[in-house]
Each structure stands twice: as C-alpha cells, then as structure tokens.
Design a protein around this ligand. Sequence first.
Ligand code: GZL
Length: 366
Amino acid sequence: MKRKVLSALLIAAMTVATVGCGGGSQPTADADASAETEAPAEDAAADDAEAPTEDTAADGTADAASGDLITVGYAQVGAESDWRTANTESFKSTFTEENGYKLIFDDAQQKQENQIKAIRSFIQQEVDYIVVAPVVETGWETVLEEAKEAGIPVILSDRMMDVSDDTLFEAWVGGNFVKEGETCGDWLAKYLEEQGRGEEEINMVTIQGTIGASAQVGRTEGMANKLAEHSNWKMLEMQSGEFTQAKGQEVMESFLKSYDDIDVVICENDNEAFGAIDAIKAAGKTCGPEGDIIVVSFDSVKAAFESMIAGDLNATFECNPLHGPRVAEIIQKLEAGETVDKIQYVDEAYFDTSMDLESILAERAY
Ligand code: GZL
C-alpha cells in the first residue's frame, strides 16, 4: 500500500516539477517534489489514472490508521528442513509491524507453480517488495517481467534464479554453495589423510538436494571439483533426497542394497543425513568417527550438532539461514535510494567432531 502513497507523492512532484518521465529508479521513500525525482513513465501514467485509495488522503499522504508500513511479500520454498524453518523464522522475526513492515508470507510446499502464483498475488496486492527463495533456478523470467512491469522490486534470498536479465531482481543474498562443496571435499581429504587412508580407494555416494536448486547445483559442483583432484575417490551414485529426512533415508536404503562397500555418504543437507544415519543403523552398519561409513552434510542446524555429539555425523558444512536482517538491510537501502550489491554471500564455516561442539551449540542461533 505504501507504494500508492509514494506514487501519489510522485505525481504531485511531477505535476509541480514537470520533469521528463524516462525510465528510472523506483520511487524512493522520501520521494520529494524536486525536479530530479524520476519514475518510470509507465508508473506515473498508471498512477495518474488512479484516484488516491481509501487509505490515502487527497494529498496522497497515508492516514495514521493505515500507518506507513512497508509491505513485503515473501514466497518461501516450503518447510522441508530444519534449515528452512530457521530461515522462515528469521524473516518472520525481522519483518514485523514494530519494525515497520507488513509481511505477507507464502509457503509453496516446494512447488514452483505455487511460488509463481504467490508472486502474482503479491503483484495484485501491490506490495512494496517481493522476496523469493526460488525452489529451482529456472522458469522465472515471465513472472519477474510482470513484477518489473508493476514496478515492484524483487529480492532473491537463499537460492538463485537463472535469468538472462539481472535487472529483473535487485539483489540476492545467500550461501556460496560451490565453496561449501569444495570446503567439504577439502575437509574429507584432510580427514582421510589423518586416518591413514589418503591413498586408499574410497567409495562415495551422494544424497543430493532438490535437483535444480542452487544449493544442490553448487554443492554437487564443488564436490565434483574435489573428486577431480583425487583419482582414488570413486562416486558410486548420486540420487536426490529432496532435502528431506524421509527421502534421505529411502535413498540411503537403496544405496546400501546396491553397494556393500560404501566408505562415505555426502548428504546435501543435514536432514538427509539424519535419514541416512537411520538407514545405516537399520542395515546393521555403523557410522560417524568410530563407524564403517563417514557421514558429512550441509546446513549446520542444531540437530546436526546433536548428531555429531552422539557420534553419528562426522561433519556439517554451514549454510547460514538467517537472511531476514540482510534482506531488511537491502530494503532499507533501496528505500533510501541507495544502490545495493547484486550478490551478497553470507559468512559460513564448518563443524566436526574434533571441536568443542557442546560449547558451540550453546551459542548457536539456529
Ligand atoms: C540452502 C537451502 C537448502 C538447505 C536445505 O541455502 O536452499 O534448502 O541446505 C533447504 O536444508 O531445504
């Protein structure tokens, strides 16, 4: 709704300043009557035709009742993992009314068509910003064009979109997934060396994430880069566990039926690892630092620390889910008419059983 106020202010400004209406940046929060204030011609033309809405007075100022909240539509992937739950909580605790926002949240249940529907609904509701955690990288150009046409900035969080025109989104904030995969590979090489297995034939399997999701693409690529450095490492098979515990267990069960000499299982998120560990134990095998099979995973959620402390999981590679504050910072900069970096990686570490996990866990925010 805030955008309508801004547009009304802009029209007032443009009426006074009679400036040219070539393409330009979004109206900013402090749009003033100065001649240099610009807005894309279509915005001005579109708003020109519209009377002030019920919650704006004739002079375009929002009345106290409607407040001056920034409305944010958030198209979330789903609720498939502990990481996702922490990510959702980060947004809900950041985009609150006391922080000056109205959050419209949509859980797409891991379906792209639901996310596209949500984005179209946000456009119809004339939100001020659309935030998307795209379930997969492709298939977004059309709906992003619609958002651009409506003059609504889009911010990407978590996973990336593969679009030919990167002006279709303002910024992306998330993990460096290729680096996560490579860090995992380097950790594995060091761990095997320390175990005196640096030259041994090592058989691996991978439980991938949702195929086509940036986290899956990047982690698989990063690990592949490291496989290429170790001719004694053999990737027996890779299958998607959809980033869920149930599917992770199912995939590991099938791997254990197919191969009786698995040395390492790489799980592309912690929840898949929890499922894989259940499958390994049900098959009468052991895992973890003292076990038959090395288990590594990604995310570093609290339950992963508990699994390492229990001796089941060997290591987890962090993917920070707390994107709410980062996205809010981007929005505040855009509101102030500032430019924002297009790509913003979050800081990430890794954790393994050589560390003081109880102390680290006590400090973890997610
Ligand atoms: C990573 C995120 C992935 C997590 C999974 O940024 O996209 O999706 O690794 C989650 O836990 O399902």
